[in-house]
Write a protein that binds this ligand. Structure first.
Ligand code: MG
Length: 312
């Protein structure tokens, strides 16, 4: 079971305490400001600003507050950490033919989650470099779109879009975002493997979003690809296949975002910050909260904030 720890300001701790007021536990551990229990998750906030989320839905509950947290300090501690040994990419990975996978949109209130698996043969690496494929964190959206348009004509890939209605339905049934990601990564990889058959990649590289042991746990009962599978954080910098997957996923996300903006009649803001709350409140006033849910990830804290703003 994973514990998720986020670091927030005292201001946010106060907000959290108010938010969980009805589910607070009578006893609090030493050094804690409050503890609460909700939806199979125990939340403990400490005076240091650290907030610990324990339980199967801990990761998901923490996500609601993620926008308040200090990103550099945020980390996920998995009790099964040792299991990731054996899944590190080999030293020569950059010269291999690899299927890479990555996802986009998990931290954005509006819009879907997109997951892409992309296959890059070692002899294509110079061509991809020529096309400008690199870590998309160093690229702006217009550049990503240009590169993606070439890329989708050049390499085999599989794209999955988890639209908001389906996302909200799965979330409502109790599925964590981590599990959704695991299912989609595995599905995209399976699609792509059958697309390129009889060719086989030298390996698979997943941009790591969870400990590999938890990844496989999420996929119990599914047709899971395990052979030569590697996990790494910042995998975009390790093999261009992941960078390519990330660029195509971002391209698809941006296109979906534009489509939703058109439906909503306003330019939707990305992310999950204060501008998002304001835009969401306006949408509630004009079109109602059900419409808002159809274009957003409903369980984010933005929904409640927008509902409050809309009443003012
Ligand atoms: Mg990623």
């Amino acid at each position: 079971m994973a514990n998720t720890v986020i670091k927030v300001t005292t201001d946010t701790i106060e907000k959290m305490e108010a938010h969980y007021a009805s589910v607070k536990t009578a006893k609090t551990p030493q050094g804690a400001v409050f503890s609460a229990k909700v939806n199979g998750c125990t939340i403990t906030a400490y005076k240091s600003g650290k907030v610990l989320f324990q339980g199967t839905r801990g990761e998901e509950e923490a996500l609601k507050w993620e926008t308040h947290s200090e990103p550099a300090k945020k980390h996920v501690i998995a009790s099964t950490k040792k299991a990731s040994i054996g899944f590190q990419p080999p030293a020569n990975i950059s010269s291999l033919s690899i299927i890479g996978s990555d996802e986009v949109g998990t931290g954005d209130f509006f819009g879907p989650m997109t997951v892409v698996a992309a296959y890059v043969k070692n002899e294509q690496i110079p061509l991809l470099q020529e096309l400008g494929v690199r870590d998309s964190k160093n690229l702006k959206d217009p550049q990503i779109i240009e590169i993606a348009k070439d890329l989708i004509q050049t390499i085999p890939y599989s794209l999955l879009v988890l639209h908001n209605e389906k996302y909200n339905e799965l979330q409502h049934k109790g599925m964590s975002q981590g599990k959704m990601k695991a299912l989609l990564h595995n599905q995209a990889i399976n699609h792509l493997l059958s697309k390129i058959t009889p060719e086989k990649p030298d390996g698979l590289l997943i941009d790591q979003f969870v400990d590999p042991a938890i990844y496989f746990k999420h996929l119990q009962g599914k047709n899971v690809v395990r052979e030569n599978i590697y996990f790494s954080t910042k995998a975009e910098g390790i093999h261009l296949a992941v960078a390519a997957a990330s660029i195509i996923a971002r391209y698809s996300f941006v296109k979906e975002f534009e489509r939703l903006s058109e439906i909503a009649g306003v330019t939707l803001p990305k992310g999950a910050g204060a501008q998002v709350d304001i835009a969401a409140a306006k949408i509630i006033q004009k079109r109602g909260s059900q419409f808002l849910a159809s274009i957003s990830k409903k369980h984010f804290a933005n929904t409640d904030k927008a509902l409050r703003l809309a009443k003012k």
